[in-house]
Design a protein around this ligand. Structure first.
Ligand SMILES: Cc1ncc(COP(=O)(O)O)c(C=O)c1O
Length: 401
């Protein structure tokens, strides 16, 4: 066992959250607000500490998915306006109202209940997402009903394709929302119109309206799963572990469940005690990379519940060399149990070095030990992580084996 090594440790850099919020607010029109989306426990980063950091950096709203998440923020003493995006049962709606949260309505029955409970309402217009939400006609009716009760607060929508290169559907949705928002704002001048998620926020002011709601970019990941540094975003989470053992494999030897990695040459395999139960996506099997002692190594073989195996560099010096492991990318959410999380304000920095490392993205090649070629698509989520991890690890790169 190595002294001072955590088996699985997630470190969250709250300075990065603050930086990202300021970055996302940089191009907002004067008076427009930033809603920090902290649903799903702050995308796994910790809803309360992230919410606090975001509010310190300038956010004025918090976005969550359900009543329990709103309650958690209130119990932590946060008094900022909280908007609950998701659908709610009657009991949930009562809890939401009791927590002083604002709610999203897309049916007359839900609106009536919200009015009965005195919860401020944001009407959800479906401009093209094709999930929950109403047509223009219904939105007009719901807004009128909420306004009559003195509880109309907002008109919202959600983009389906803001992170895609083809902007035609984004433009279509934006046109529809712009028209309806203009019309309803003329009737209700205090109406807060909002439709932009991270990707739309980064596309510039045309989609900003009175408020933007950002999640993924606030956590420092690029919405399109490419390079976050190009948008001056700093990944906020680093996930680390250590090399617990080293195994020498000969040609034909296999590693792990399903024998998904078969060595084509003599190689050293590092065994790292972290796995899908800690949030490492199983799809990174034979497709992801980690940094070991500051060097990029391919994950070889199936990711197990609490172990993964990596192909160590040819000149690897021994089993006692310490290494830390990747930060999770967007494609790596999930896992039943998470790594222990530590919130810190340590100075993770992006910058040129990270960008340079990131140029390695896409250079997918047959591994030295003869593993299968790696499909580009499967590696994308992780290569985003690589830049972040390498930045962090450059600071803390272990030296001695
Ligand atoms: C209604 C709503 N707005 C905004 C967001 C934030 O989206 P993103 O993480 O892409 O910024 C979400 C997240 O799922 C959402 O449900």
């Amino acid at each position: 066992m190595l002294a001072g090594c955590e088996r699985a440790l997630a470190e969250v850099d709250l300075d990065a959250i603050r930086h990202n919020v300021r970055r996302l607010m940089r191009d907002l029109p004067a008076g427009a607000a930033h809603c920090a989306v902290v649903k799903a426990d702050g995308y796994g980063h910790g809803a309360v500490p992230v919410a606090r950091a975001a509010l310190e950096a300038g956010s004025t709203w918090l976005g969550v998915a359900c009543a329990a998440e709103a309650e958690e923020l209130r119990e932590a003493g946060l008094t900022a306006p909280v908007l609950i995006f998701g659908p709610m049962t009657g009991a949930d709606l009562e809890r939401a109202a009791a927590a002083g949260a604002e709610v999203v309505a897309w049916s007359a029955a839900f609106l009536a209940e919200a009015v009965r409970l005195g919860a401020p309402v944001h009407v959800k217009f479906d401009s093209g997402m094709g999930r929950l939400g109403v047509t223009e006609l219904e939105a007009r009716v719901l807004c009128a009903g909420a306004a009559e009760a003195g509880l109309l607060r907002g008109l919202m929508s959600h983009f389906a394709t803001a992170d895609e290169a083809d902007t035609s559907f984004f433009e279509y949705q934006l046109r529809r929302f712009t028209a309806l928002a203009g019309e309803l704002k003329a009737l209700y001048p205090d109406l807060i119109c909002h439709t932009a998620n991270s990707a739309a926020t980064l596309r510039g002011p045309r989609a900003h309206f009175d408020m933007v709601r950002t999640g993924i970019a606030m956590y420092g990941l690029a919405p399109a799963n490419d390079d976050p540094f190009k948008d001056d975003l700093r990944p906020a989470m680093k996930l680390s572990s250590y090399v617990a053992g080293v195994r020498l494999v000969e040609p034909g030897d296999s590693v792990g469940y399903g024998r998904r990695f078969v060595a084509g040459a003599r190689a050293r395999i590092g065994i790292v005690p972290i796995g899908y139960a800690d949030g490492i996506c199983r799809r990174l099997t034979n497709a992801g990379d980690v940094l070991v002692a500051g060097r990029r190594c391919r994950i070889t073989g199936t990711i197990s519940m609490d172990q993964l195996t990596v192909l160590l560099p040819g000149d690897w010096g021994g089993a006692r060399r310490r290494g830390r492991v990747l930060r999770r990318g967007r494609g790596c959410r999930g896992g039943r149990r998470r790594a222990r999380t530590r919130h810190a304000a340590h100075p993770l920095r992006g910058g040129r070095a990270a960008a340079r490392d990131h140029q390695l993205r896409g250079r997918l090649r047959r591994s030295a030990a003869g593993g299968a070629p790696l499909p580009r698509r499967r590696a994308r989520g992780l290569t985003v992580s690589w830049a972040a991890a390498s930045t962090a690890l450059r600071r803390a790169a272990p030296t001695a084996p």
